[in-house]
Design a protein around this ligand. Structure first.
Ligand code: KIV
Length: 264
C-alpha cells in the first residue's frame, strides 16, 4: 500500500469505497494498524479518557497531543495521521496557528477541531497556511458541559438543519474531511450526500463514507461500559492484528456499524 493522503481519501469517496480509521496513541498500535491497511489514524483528545482516566477530554493539552502524535508517527508508514486540537487551543486564529504548527511539526498530516460555523475564519486561515483541516460535528466531546452529558445530537429538525448548514459552511471554508459523532443515521446520510468531501462517522450509522472508533472501545478494554455504537472486535478474533483486520473489513463491506450500533 502506498502513503494515504487527503487526495487518496477524496478519491475513495468519489469511488464509493469506505474509509477505515481508528484512534491511536502509540507506536506499537499504530504500526499494527498501519500494517493492517487502516487508512487514517487519529490522535484524539479521547486520550484524556482512555489513557489518563479523566471523565472527559477537557484536561488534555497541546503538548500531550504532540507527544502522542510523535509516538504514532513513528509507527505509521502509510496511514494518514490526524491530530486533535484540544479544548481551548483554538479559541483565536493566532492561537490556532501556533498550536496547529506544533501538531504538524510533531508529525500530523492534518488537524481536527470541533465546532460549526464560528470556525469558518479559523479554518480559512489554517488552509491558507497549508494546514489540512478535519471538522467535527454532532456530539463534540469538548462541549460536554454545554450539552449536559454525552448525548446524541441533531435529533430535532431545527438542530439537524443547523448541522447540515454547519457542515456545508465548514466544507466551503476548506475542511478536507468531516467527522460526525453520535447523530441519527438519517441526518448522517443527509450530511454525507450534501458534502463532496469524505464524511467519517462514529455512532452515525453505516451511511457515511467511512468509520472511526476509539481503539480501546474496538478492543473492549475501555474502563466502564463500551458505547452502544462500538463493537469489541477482539471477541471474534485472537489477536490485535486479526481484530483490526476484521474491523477494517467490516467497515469496508458496510457490515459495521449495524442498526444495533446506530441511532434514530
Ligand atoms: O478524540 C477522539 O478520539 C475523537 C474521535 C472519537 C472521533 O474525536
Amino acid at each position: 500500500m502506498s502513503r494515504i493522503t487527503t487526495s487518496t481519501l477524496q478519491k475513495m469517496k468519489d469511488a464509493g469505497q469506505k474509509i477505515s480509521t481508528i484512534t491511536a496513541y502509540d507506536a506499537s498500535f499504530s504500526s499494527q494498524f498501519d500494517q493492517a491497511g487502516i487508512h487514517a489514524m487519529l490522535i484524539g483528545d479521547s486520550l484524556g479518557m482512555v489513557l489518563q482516566g479523566q471523565s472527559d477530554t477537557l484536561p488534555v493539552t497541546v503538548d500531550e497531543i504532540c507527544y502522542h502524535t510523535r509516538c504514532v508517527r513513528a509507527g505509521a508508514k502509510n496511514a494518514l495521521v490526524m491530530s486533535d486540537l484540544p479544548f481551548m487551543s483554538y479559541a483565536t486564529p493566532e492561537q490556532t496557528y501556533e498550536n496547529a504548527a506544533k501538531l504538524m511539526r510533531a508529525g500530523a498530516n492534518m488537524v481536527k477541531l470541533e465546532g460549526g460555523k464560528w470556525l469558518v475564519e479559523t479554518i480559512k486561515g489554517l488552509v491558507e497556511r497549508s494546514v489540512p483541516v478535519c471538522g467535527h460535528l454532532g456530539l463534540t466531546p469538548q462541549s460536554v458541559n454545554v450539552f449536559g452529558g454525552f448525548k446524541v445530537q441533531g435529533r430535532d429538525n431545527e438542530k439537524a438543519l443547523q448541522m447540515i448548514d454547519d457542515a456545508k459552511q465548514l466544507e466551503a471554508a476548506g475542511i478536507q474531511v468531516l467527522v460526525v459523532e453520535c447523530i441519527p443515521t438519517e441526518l448522517a446520510k443527509a450530511i454525507t450526500e450534501a458534502l463532496t468531501i469524505p464524511v467519517i462517522g462514529i455512532g452515525a450509522g453505516n451511511v457515511t463514507d467511512g468509520q472511526i472508533l476509539v481503539m480501546h472501545d474496538a478492543f473492549g478494554i475501555s474502563v466502564g461500559k463500551i458505547p452502544k455504537f462500538s463493537r469489541n472486535f477482539l471477541n471474534d478474533t485472537n489477536s490485535i492484528s486479526d481484530a483490526v483486520a476484521l474491523y477494517k473489513s467490516e467497515v469496508e463491506s458496510g457490515n459495521f456499524p449495524g442498526p444495533e450500533h446506530s441511532f434514530s
